[in-house]
Write a protein that binds this ligand. Structure first.
Ligand SMILES: [Zn+2]
Length: 89
């Protein structure tokens, strides 16, 4: 099962009805945290955004929108970065 498939299963499970409202809130909080972590594991291309400190544009993380020296992960939030296709720029 891929991370994306797991997210779909987990999101579908959120439709379960709980008798105890606080139990459902705890479940929602835990699942939201888990989905966020899973999404950061799926590699995404960086975004090209205007750089306000300097003239021009810079690559930023697609999750936290902070500039980073990308390797495999954003050093700020842990988002897995896919730099494929950018090696010819
Ligand atoms: Zn980030």
């Amino acid at each position: 099962m891929t991370a994306k498939e797991a997210i779909g299963v987990i999101e579908a499970a959120l439709s379960f009805v709980f008798d105890d409202v606080s139990e459902k809130q705890n479940w929602d909080d835990a699942i939201t945290t888990a989905i966020s972590a899973l999404k950061r594991m799926a590699p995404e291309h960086p975004l090209l955004e205007e750089n306000h400190d300097k003239l021009g544009y810079a690559f930023v993380c697609p999750h936290c929108h902070r500039m980073s020296t990308f390797s495999l992960h954003c050093r700020f939030c842990g988002q897995k970065i896919d730099m494929s296709g950018f090696d010819t720029l």
